[in-house]
Design a binder for this molecule. Structure first.
Ligand code: SAJ
Length: 435
């Protein structure tokens, strides 16, 4: 909503020649673009993004994804999908814009959701359906989104509005979007029905109806459950090191219990969701203790990893350490909230020469190098990301390139015996044997 000099609010100008379409998806990122392409199998779809270079790239088929299945689907729907930077006049709108955390206050930044809603408002017609997929704090759909849409002059009884969280795990996005069950939280029964009808055109999983606030909360507790359980696994690793126990063997044995599913320890928790979503609960309550403590445990893992590295390089002042992996998890190119960022900064502050190799990442705070360059003269390799490629690294070749053949495996990814046979000192996070 724009505010003119007199302070009066006015809807943003909308060109009267707005593209007419069935579905308009606002936000063409990791979730929005695949969602738009899946919907384009049954509908005419316009994808809207404010980033002109991103729109231009998509329009030429140069998609911002490393998943071949998404490229392939794009080729199948070029006749019913187009990308642009301006709003389209649609019957169904899907808001899939980012919801980061504000750096100054740690509170959810809903400005992208609000801006997308304000783009929809002038073109909203009675019986249109608006779906919010962006992860938001409970209450956002009924408050911020519904009241912004009512700026159109329509009452919330005259349009349909629902919240439906995405559950796809990057790396296998389309499979998960099609086969995972979905939740739709509608502001009324007609909104639930309209949203269920929309998703059932491409979702093969169960689509379950509820109210918006419950759907918003369900999304947050799914990811918070994961963050807390990763923190538990990380704490098990720290205790195992003190006890001289191999936490990985203990977890494997414990998980043979029919009702136990312990997660895996790691160098920290990255991605744009798991480290962020628990904050969307914490910011609205004073009752969270376990949730916040789990965040502290996970955020402390990079420091723990650096302490272990210091022991492995024998506190050498001019040591070279090579980090293997900048992506936040294996086989993706995404580096958002990656623990590698903290590792780079902590090691650099210790005067360590930090090198980086990641076959999926082209730019980072330390320039990624080809493997041979990143390893030559290094005093310690650190497996940070569980990329599949790292499982097949040749330790014999790497040992010849390094000053001291030491590897610290924060993911328990490597074949320890093979690396030790090649002459490496092998340390593994939580193995109870690391110095
Ligand atoms: N991680 C561990 N140990 C584990 C599992 C993960 O250290 O046992 C780390 C990973 O290395 C990564 C971070 O946690 O740094 C997040 O990993 P993830 O596998 O949870 O990856 P995401 O964030 O891509 O996907 C999650 C998924 N949510 C759940 O599994 C409950 C996905 O279904 C969601 O759609 C996604 O968040 C999201 O976008 O919300």
């Amino acid at each position: 909503m724009k505010t003119d000099q007199s302070g009066a609010k006015s809807a943003p100008e909308v060109s009267t020649d707005a593209t007419q379409t069935d579905v308009c998806v606002l936000g063409l990122g990791h979730v929005g673009l695949p969602t738009a392409l899946l919907a384009a199998q049954e509908h005419d779809v316009v994808g809207v993004d404010i980033d002109q270079p991103r729109v231009d790239a998509i329009e030429t088929g140069d998609l911002p994804t490393d998943e071949d299945a998404i490229d392939q689907l794009y080729q199948e729907v070029t006749g019913t999908f187009q990308a642009q930077t301006t709003i389209a006049d649609a019957d169904t709108y899907v808001v899939v814009t980012p919801t980061p955390v504000r750096t100054d206050s740690d509170v959810a930044d809903l400005s992208y959701v609000e801006a997308a809603t304000e783009m929809i408002e002038p073109t909203l017609s009675a019986e249109d359906l608006v779906i919010v997929e962006s992860t938001v704090p409970p209450g956002t759909t009924e408050r911020l989104v519904a009241s912004t849409l009512e700026g159109s002059g329509l009452s919330r009884a005259e349009f349909h509005l629902a919240f439906s969280p995405e559950r796809a795990s990057p790396g296998d996005t389309l499979t998960e979007m099609v086969h995972n069950d979905r939740i739709v939280g509608g502001i009324d029964a007609a909104s639930v029905d309209a949203a269920v009808d929309f998703y059932e055109t491409f979702v093969e999983g169960e689509v379950r109806g509820t109210v918006p606030r419950t759907a918003e909360f369900a999304k947050l507790i799914e990811n918070t459950f994961r963050d807390v359980n990763i923190a538990l696994a990380n704490e098990f690793a720290l205790v195992a090191e003190e006890l001289g126990v191999d936490v990985h063997e203990a977890i494997d044995l414990a998980n043979e219990h029919p009702r136990v599913g312990i997660h895996r320890p790691g160098p920290g928790v990255g991605g744009h969701c798991i480290p962020v979503d628990p904050n969307f609960i914490s910011q609205h309550t004073t009752s969270d203790r376990l949730i916040s403590l789990a965040r502290e445990v996970n955020d402390s893992m990079p420091a723990h990893v650096v302490q272990s590295i210091e022991r492995l390089i024998d506190d050498e002042t001019d040591a070279t350490v090579t980090l293997l992996g900048a992506a936040y998890k294996g086989d993706v190119e995404d580096t958002r909230e990656t623990p590698t960022a903290a590792l780079v900064d902590l090691l650099t502050n210790l005067g360590v020469d930090v090198r980086l190799h990641d076959p999926h990442v082209e730019t980072f705070s330390v320039d990624p190098q080809p493997l041979a360059d990143a390893v030559t003269g290094s005093d310690c390799l650190v497996v940070v990301t569980d990329h599949t490629e790292f499982e097949s690294l040749d330790p014999a070749t790497l040992a010849e390139e390094m000053d001291t053949p030491v590897v610290y495996d924060t993911r328990c990814l490597l074949d320890r015996e093979r690396w030790e046979t090649a002459g490496f000192e092998v340390a593994v996070l939580g193995d109870g044997r690391t110095r």
